[in-house]
Write a protein that binds this ligand. Structure first.
Ligand SMILES: [Zn+2]
Length: 273
């Protein structure tokens, strides 16, 4: 019986050029990272953006924190056959904290700093959108600092009824001056001192849209354009920018879509040494 149904399954697959041509691993969930595989010459479009394929046919997709239940990936094989693959995205529950009775000036951002923050956000955006076609991410990822996890991805505070922007990283309370290491091989696409919100900030590009972010550091020990190896010392833990204690905020992004860095470490772990 099992044999018969397997045979039927195999027949069904053979009827569609697509069924087994494009495959997925990773996490198809909010904040998740999906690793796809497709034959050479396949063209992929996601949210109106062309998705690059590595030389051995892999591609990455980042799923946003608030992604809908279904997202579409448009696939065109080398022979011209086209199909839309609808991916079912699992919903996650985020930590929501309601805080009332906060003095209103702490809820409304300082207008004097808004222009500077907007200019800095543009620099971050440019770093996230930079396309790098070396698959540095294939080294896998390590946790960039030692310490207690003091904040998780996706959590959100609601102050006096006003929702703040969700938290986009993993906070590691490693103590002032603690070592910050490159989570994977990559290129430093941003090394910016003293940004208003994020303080001393580094963005590493790991290729194919995947980047990691290191903020609130007391020291930056790399320069823009520098190539780093996984584990290289890139900075020291601090509390620059908007931080209420020394910690490393470790973030991850796929182009401009913030993903959960804890998921990244699970999905693409560096091989044990
Ligand atoms: Zn943080």
């Amino acid at each position: 019986m099992i044999r018969a149904s397997l045979f039927l399954f195999a027949t069904l697959i053979a009827a569609s050029a697509f069924a087994d041509d494009v495959t997925f691993t990773g996490r198809m969930e909010q904040g998740g990272l999906v690793i796809g595989s497709a034959p050479a010459g396949t063209a992929l479009t996601f949210n109106n953006n062309k998705i690059p394929l590595t030389p051995d046919g892999h591609f990455l997709l980042g799923i946003g924190r608030d992604a809908p239940e279904h997202v579409d990936l448009h696939v065109t094989l080398q022979d011209g056959t086209a199909e839309t693959k609808t991916l079912a995205i699992a919903k996650r529950d985020w930590e929501i904290e309601r805080v009332d009775g906060v003095p209103q000036q702490l809820v409304t951002p300082d207008p004097v700093l808004s222009a500077k923050i907007a200019a800095e956000n543009k620099l971050m955006y440019a770093a996230y959108m930079k396309l790098e076609l070396t698959p540095f991410f294939e080294t896998g990822f390590i946790r960039p600092a030692e310490g207690r996890i003091s904040g998780v991805f996706g959590s959100q505070r609601i102050l006096n009824g006003t929702p703040l922007a969700p938290h986009t990283g993993l906070d590691i309370a490693g103590g002032m001056g603690g070592q910050v290491h490159a989570a994977a091989d990559g290129i430093v696409t941003l090394a910016h001192p003293m940004m208003v919100m994020t303080g001393n900030t580094i963005v590493l590009n790991h290729g194919f849209g995947l980047e990691t972010i290191y903020i609130h550091m007391s020291k930056i020990l790399v320069t823009e354009g520098q190539q780093v190896k996984q584990g290289d010392l890139i900075g020291e833990i601090g509390m620059t920018g908007r931080a209420n204690g020394p910690h490393l905020h470790f973030g991850a992004t796929w182009f401009n879509t913030r993903i959960d860095p804890a998921t990244l470490l699970d999905v693409l772990p560096a091989p044990a040494k």
